[in-house]
Design a protein around this ligand. Structure first.
Ligand SMILES: Cc1cc2nc3c(=O)[nH]c(=O)nc-3n(C[C@H](O)[C@H](O)[C@H](O)COP(=O)(O)OP(=O)(O)OC[C@H]3O[C@@H](n4cnc5c(N)ncnc54)[C@H](O)[C@@H]3O)c2cc1C
Length: 404
């Protein structure tokens, strides 16, 4: 059976475009299929990108990429019961490690970089099925069928290729909901940006909120596990509006979007490679949310670069059944190393998202309360732990997990 290309990439988001750019540089005959009218048309992101992977892909990106503001100030809001709140900030002026980005602009720019390098992108092409045939994979799209011996699934969290091949099922318990609004804001030109992280952003909802400063807008949103969302007819749009109100953010809402976010964690990652196919970015479940950082974009670009290099090796070997080399390269890279490191924090957050903030609020409240009876901080902490039914052993265990 003849093939239409040596490599087909499904999805023109950050991971697919990074794989495409790398594949073109490796001299591979590659086609990318994107269902949107342009790259970025269908993406959602809160928009803070850690730029180390981007600089690996495009070394002079800082001069050319449509980045909004460097993020140099971190602010935390931790909400507790009974109208209590902890706030703290950390500033590191001049730091250039992460930037706010607007994906519609950014992905479009990256796609034009890829096309300038010679990547063939077919837009408005929706892949709805994939099956193995004649030693390769046939992809059914609304513009007809295409075949290749090797396919990179970069279609995001829904991973259409892996799902069609029966390698994965929809798993809402392994996803979170991400909701974002872009709000017009009167911001001073040239100033560095701020990231605000909000813990317990919406009462009873397990997840967190974020606010990032762009050039003349704010990205405002939250992430939440599906099982903790209010039951019944409460649209996500109402939740984000309640959240915006709570944070005192006014201004015209220019854009609203909602999207699923992978929430597997290192120990529960879905299959990342199989005969004729490998998965990158969100399709591979690469997301880190350790309470300090939300990272999917640098992992998407990083895994895309690795996939492009792995594709060259697989195509050269002509053994399309054996794609494990991709996994081995991931293991040696920051992708799986960082996912593994973050897993301990992830599991503590997952099990105790509201517990520790509440304990901390109780301790702080007692510290600032003067009455006839005065306890030591240790006594205070022990009493609160007893009230909450938490053993000292668990606290020490969690502390070690967070530190390691
Ligand atoms: C609300 C929210 C906030 C976030 N905040 C951050 C953050 O601050 N920092 C960070 O680093 N990460 C963040 N993330 C995660 C980050 O956005 C993702 O990890 C990243 O976008 C993954 O890139 P990707 O290319 O793998 O997938 P996507 O960006 O989802 O791209 C997938 C592409 O595939 C295309 N596609 C899908 N299905 C098909 C199909 N059947 N046929 C053809 N094409 C298809 C889509 O149109 C899309 O262009 C956030 C995510 C959300 C939802």
């Amino acid at each position: 059976m003849s093939f239409d290309a040596d490599l087909i990439i499904v999805g023109g988001g950050l991971s697919g475009l990074s794989a495409g750019i790398t594949a073109v540089r490796e001299g591979i005959n590659v086609v990318l299929l994107e269902r949107g009218e342009y790259s970025g048309a269908k993406n959602v992101s809160g928009g803070r990108m850690y730029i180390h992977s981007l600089l690996k892909l495009i070394p002079d990106a800082l001069e050319r990429a449509p980045l909004e503001r460097p993020i140099t100030k971190e602010t935390y809001y931790i909400f507790c019961e009974n109208n209590r709140k902890i706030t703290f900030s950390f500033e590191e002026r001049g730091k250039r490690n992460s930037y706010s980005v607007l994906r519609a602009k950014f992905d479009r720019w990256l796609a034009s970089e890829a096309e300038n390098l010679g990547l063939l992108i077919s837009y408005s092409t929706n892949v709805y099925n994939a099956y193995r045939e004649g030693g390769g994979i046939t992809l059914e799209t609304d513009k007809g069928s295409l075949r290749a011996p090797l396919v990179i699934d970069a279609s995001g969290v829904t991973s259409v290729v892996f799902r069609s091949l029966g390698l994965r099922r929809f798993t809402a318990d392994k996803w979170m909901l991400g909701v974002k609004e872009i709000v017009k804001a009167d911001l001073q030109e040239g100033q560095e940006g701020e990231a605000i992280t909000i813990v317990n952003a919406i009462k009873g909802v397990k997840g967190g909120g974020f606010i990032y400063t762009n050039k003349d807008t704010l990205s405002v949103g939250f992430t939440a596990t599906f099982d903790s969302l209010p039951k019944g007819e409460v649209p996500a749009k109402d939740l984000v509006e309640a959240f915006r109100e709570r944070m005192g953010i006014e201004g015209e809402v220019l854009e609203y979007s909602a999207h699923a976010i992978p929430y597997y964690g290192y120990s529960n990652l879905p299959p990342l490679y199989a005969k004729n196919v490998i998965a990158v970015g969100d399709a591979g479940g690469f997301l880190i949310n350790d309470g300090f950082t939300i990272r999917g974009m640098d992992l998407a670009i990083g895994s895309g670069i690795i996939a492009g290099i792995a594709a060259k090796k697989i195509l050269e070997s002509k053994n399309y059944e054996d794609t494990e080399i991709y996994y081995k390269m991931l293991e040696e890279s920051f992708i799986l190393k960082h996912m593994k490191l973050a897993y301990n924090r992830f599991s503590v957050i997952n099990s105790s998202l509201s517990l520790y903030p509440e304990i901390l609020c109780n301790i702080l409240s007692d510290m600032f309360t003067v009455s006839e009876e005065r306890r030591t901080l240790v006594t205070d902490a022990l009493i609160i732990l007893r009230e909450k039914g938490v053993s000292l052993g668990k606290v020490i265990d969690d502390l070690i997990k967070v530190m390691l």
